[in-house]
Ligand binder design. Structure first.
Ligand code: NOJ
Length: 550
């Protein structure tokens, strides 16, 4: 492993409340998660990203926090959390948590005090306007569910700003006290032993909002300040940020000081995510090639986090209207599968009609592309969604562990569960569960274990450089390579249905003894690489050579 652990990590994200319930109250909890760490270690993940763990009225699945210095009592205690960090570390797994500081819940004591009086010491911790701001109806993040970004508060007798839902008032980053408090929150959790943070809504955190100015200036230096603070407190801690912005804005989020990144270590690659969806829908790798070509060069230490699925909708807002329609047609053909006029609220297996070849192809592509892969819980067994649930909850159903009642997630009565388990049909827990797949060497879970282990033997994917191999290719086929100190890997993915033969003869000189390390089926030996077979929907991970450190 290199020094920068996050570049070679395999991140797994989960909600504690839907993962494993240890005390039969219907809500997943920290002891439940601890009991499943061996499962995660076996799967091969090296880092957990926990969605918000703090006390919360849970109107936005925990992204509405009422106390940044505690864990939600439904999940356990701070003591349980410390134990989780210890047990995870024993298994070589780091833990990062969501840092949601763009806003608080409107029930947070700071806001309760702030709205109560103009003289409250917390008044200026939030963003107020005396008169109705002209941009009241601009900048909503949740169109269809949110109608304004400024709401009048009768108690405060003033308007307050909220980028997200109205029960999530934005903190005022003009205020040095707010900035100091956020550093304290960061220090607190680093001191407990977290390995870093997934920073929520970063473009909005650095916004210096003024009423009537929907395009407020952004204070990027604040990110430099936070990075310094994090690094002084824990040298190897990482900031993994959500910043879904235009590509030309991305470099500023990484920061660059004489070639080295000095702001956020990692950003989710939203651009690649949209392009991957388009490529899979069209069965044409061109959008991925474009993404590889067009994404900005990263400073030293900067890293992308790649993903197919996260806890939110699949956000297609950076595609053109026509491209978005193509993706909708394939993966979200019905209106109720879509959300916020820009996305899809489904899991991957059902989007791909549960076609094992296409699921493997999609995940093989994600995991072999540059960056650090992030996997959402349940994807490794091919869980489905429940479109009867509201909005993004469709993909937030309990983990399906076994054939036992409630999928082995909880011993509570079904009515008490935080969300219903998927009970029947193709994706119901009697069909899709960990226990069944664990026993089956050919299951999707076994495939994920193999794939992740293969990835971990190829650190050049995470810490090397990835390039498209630009030679004539049969339609539908993508060839790319990863080069690093450990050697070179070459990857072929056939997004189309037709079997093909690819001429990679130009690589023959570089190849010591090229071997397949992960494939969709057994192929003939690679020989001189000038007639490499690839099945429709097939993939081949080829080790071309080992480097001095390989
Ligand atoms: C981004 C999170 O990913 C999303 O789930 C949440 O609703 C918003 N931030 C508001 O915190």
């Amino acid at each position: 492993m290199g020094d920068r652990w996050y570049q070679e990590a395999v991140v797994y994200c989960l909600d504690i409340d839907t993962f494993a319930d240890s005390n039969a109250d219907g809500v997943g909890d920290i002891p439940g998660l601890i009991s499943r760490l061996d499962y995660l270690a076996r799967l091969g993940v090296t880092c957990l990203w926990l969605h918000p763990i703090h006390p919360s009225p849970n109107k936005d699945d925990g992204y509405d926090v009422t106390d940044f210095y505690n864990v939600d009592p439904r999940f356990g205690t701070l003591g349980d959390f410390a134990e989780l960090l210890h047990q995870a570390s024993n298994r070589g797994i780091r833990v990062i948590i969501d840092l949601v500081v763009n806003h608080t819940s409107d029930q947070h004591p700071w806001f309760v005090s702030a709205r109560s009086s103009p003289d409250s010491p917390y008044r200026d911790w939030y963003v107020w306007a005396d008169h109705e701001p002209t941009d009241r109806h601009q900048g909503m993040v949740f169109p269809g569910e949110q109608h304004e970004t400024w709401t009048y508060d009768r108690t405060a007798k003033a308007w307050f700003y909220h980028r997200f839902y109205k029960y999530q008032p934005d903190l005022n980053f003009h205020n040095p006290e707010v900035r100091a408090e956020i550093k304290k929150i960061i220090s607190f959790w680093l001191q407990l032993g977290v390995a870093g943070f997934r920073m929520d809504a970063v473009p909005f955190i650095i916004e210096l909002t003024e009423p009537g100015h929907p395009e407020s200036p952004k204070d990027f230096d604040y990110l430099t300040e936070l990075r310094q603070h994090v690094q002084w407190r824990r040298g190897d801690a990482v900031l993994l940020a959500e910043a879904n912005v235009e590509p030309d804005e991305l470099p500023q989020f990484f920061g660059d000081n004489a070639g080295s990144g000095n702001r956020l270590h990692m950003l989710f690659d939203f651009m690649l995510n949209g392009r991957l969806m388009l490529a899979l829908a069209r069965q044409d790798p061109e959008p991925v090639i474009e993404a590889l070509r067009d994404t900005p060069k990263l400073p030293e230490g900067g890293q992308w986090a790649t993903f197919l699925r996260n806890h939110d909708e699949i956000d297609l807002s950076r595609l053109t209207a026509e491209q978005r329609e193509q993706v909708y047609a394939q993966f979200g053909p019905e209106e109720h599968m879509r959300i916020y006029e820009r996305g899809i609220r489904r899991r991957f297996a059902p989007m791909l009609d549960n076609d094992r070849r296409r699921i493997e192809l999609a995940y093989s592509l994600q995991f072999s592309l540059r960056g650090t892969p992030v996997l959402r819980y349940g994807e490794e067994i091919g869980m489905g969604e429940n479109l009867d649930l509201h909005g993004r909850e469709a993909i937030r159903t309990p983990m399906q562990w076994s054939y036992q009642p409630n999928a082995g997630f909880s011993a509570a009565e079904a009515e008490k569960l935080v969300r219903p388990v998927i009970e029947s049909g193709e994706y119901g827990y009697p069909t899709v569960n960990v226990t069944a797949q664990r026993k089956d060497r050919n299951s999707l879970l076994s495939w994920f274990e193999r794939m992740i282990r293969t990835l971990r033997e190829a650190p050049e994917i995470g810490s090397g450089s990835t390039t498209h191999i630009d030679v004539p290719m049969p339609a539908g086929v993508l060839a790319h390579r990863a080069d690093g100190a450990t050697g070179t890997m070459v990857f072929l993915h056939n997004l189309g249905t037709e079997d093909a033969v690819v001429d990679l003869g130009l690589l023959a000189d570089e190849a010591e003894l090229p071997i397949d390390v992960l494939t969709d089926r057994s192929y003939r030996e690679l020989g001189k690489m000038d007639a490499v077979q690839i099945n429709g929907y097939g993939y081949r991970w080829i080790r071309l050579r080992r480097g001095p450190l390989g």
